[in-house]
Design a protein around this ligand. Structure first.
Ligand code: HSE
Length: 340
């Protein structure tokens, strides 16, 4: 399987390491032989139709800051677009940062690849949050698969659980904690920290996105809610359809009062009820509710017509974790390809 990798940050590098360390295992167990034929980051790109050396690639990035310094690589901001329009590959893996203004550059990477007949795996939430219904249509029109397991829950198979494990069910609603950073801050506040202190602590641990607003104003959680609602509930919605509030107005007193009553203030994302309302905002949740997880954990409770409510809990971020979900998607595509 020939792969073009867009972006070579924590997720891209983790994926390359998994490909390398599990080379024999992936082939023996799944018949999967991934080859990264092209990779680019903001500094430029490197391509090799027979497959790049993944150890050398990771070392180049670490030592020189960009894959453009890989032997034969080329600097320049157009490297990615040129690669996508000319290099032959089976799958494009998109891991550049999420952007909720115009979803670029991820959007152009994905549409360019789909139009050339490549399957796509995206860990980038921007294009999906802003245009999932039209991207799904574009992929279907071009006869390719579009997968995005890593966009919700990092390595925790939340999308998979709802789509595949609950097949045959009618999911009537779901609600959950979809952003690890704000959950970490709210958990620290419940333990006595101030909002400013908890935020500083989260920054120090590297949890907060470079653009803090994505976490603090609920954009990241709303993007994940949009992806879930489209994929799981068959809705055709985008980011502006979500009623959204972040955690900036949550005060220490409110958190303490909730705790005294056996409840916790959480940034909840929910879909369901009258008119299938979609909302992200702070809400009080009973501490003994399975969805009420602490720290950076994510959790989603799905309520279905026949089997009641079930909750999926796990780490919602991380390079290796998200790379593991990309691998799941690649195996899905591999199976689809062999079925023709
Ligand atoms: N900023 C996100 C979070 C990272 O805190 O959950 C994963 O999307």
């Amino acid at each position: 399987m020939r792969v073009i990798l867009c972006g070579f940050g924590a997720v891209g590098q983790s994926l390359a390491k998994i490909f390398e360390s599990r080379r024999e295992d992936l082939y023996a167990r799944y018949g999967l032989k991934p080859r990264i034929v092209g990779v680019f980051d903001s500094g430029g790109g490197a391509a090799e139709p027979s497959g790049l050396d993944m150890v050398k690639l990771v070392a180049t990035k670490k030592e020189r800051g960009s894959v453009a310094h890989y032997p034969g690589g080329a600097p320049g901001s157009r490297a990615g677009d040129e690669m996508i329009s000319s290099l032959d590959a089976d799958v494009l893996v998109e891991t550049t940062p999420s952007n909720y203004d115009d979803a670029e550059p991820g959007m152009s990477h994905i549409t360019g690849a789909v139009k050339r007949g490549m399957h796509v795996v995206s860990a980038n939430k921007g294009p999906l949050a802003l245009a999932l219904p039209s991207l799904t249509e574009l992929a279907a029109y071009n006869g390719v698969m579009l997968r995005f397991s890593g966009t919700v829950g990092g390595g925790t198979p939340i999308l998979d659980y709802a789509k595949n494990s609950l097949r045959g069910e009618i999911i009537t609603s779901f609600r959950g904690i979809l952003n690890g950073t704000t959950n970490y801050i709210l958990t620290a506040m419940a333990g006595g920290s101030s909002y400013a202190g908890a935020l500083e602590d989260a920054r120090g641990k590297g949890y907060v996105e470079a653009d803090e607003s994505l976490d603090l104003d609920g954009l990241d959680a709303a993007a994940k809610l949009v992806i879930l609602a489209n994929w799981v509930m068959g809705m055709k919605i985008t980011l502006p359809d979500v009623d959204r509030e972040g955690i900036r107005r949550v005060g220490a007193r409110e958190v303490k009062r909730a705790a005294a009553g056996g409840r916790a203030v959480k940034l909840m994302a929910s879909c369901g009820g009258d008119g299938r309302k979609l909302a992200v905002g702070p809400a009080e949740v009973p501490q003994d509710d399975p969805v009420c997880v602490n720290g950076t954990l994510n959790a989603v409770s799905f309520t279905s017509a026949h089997s009641g409510t079930q909750t999926v809990i796990g780490k919602g971020a991380g390079g290796t974790e998200t790379a593991s979900s990309i691998l799941r998607d690649l195996l899905d595509i591999r199976m689809g390809m062999s079925r023709g």
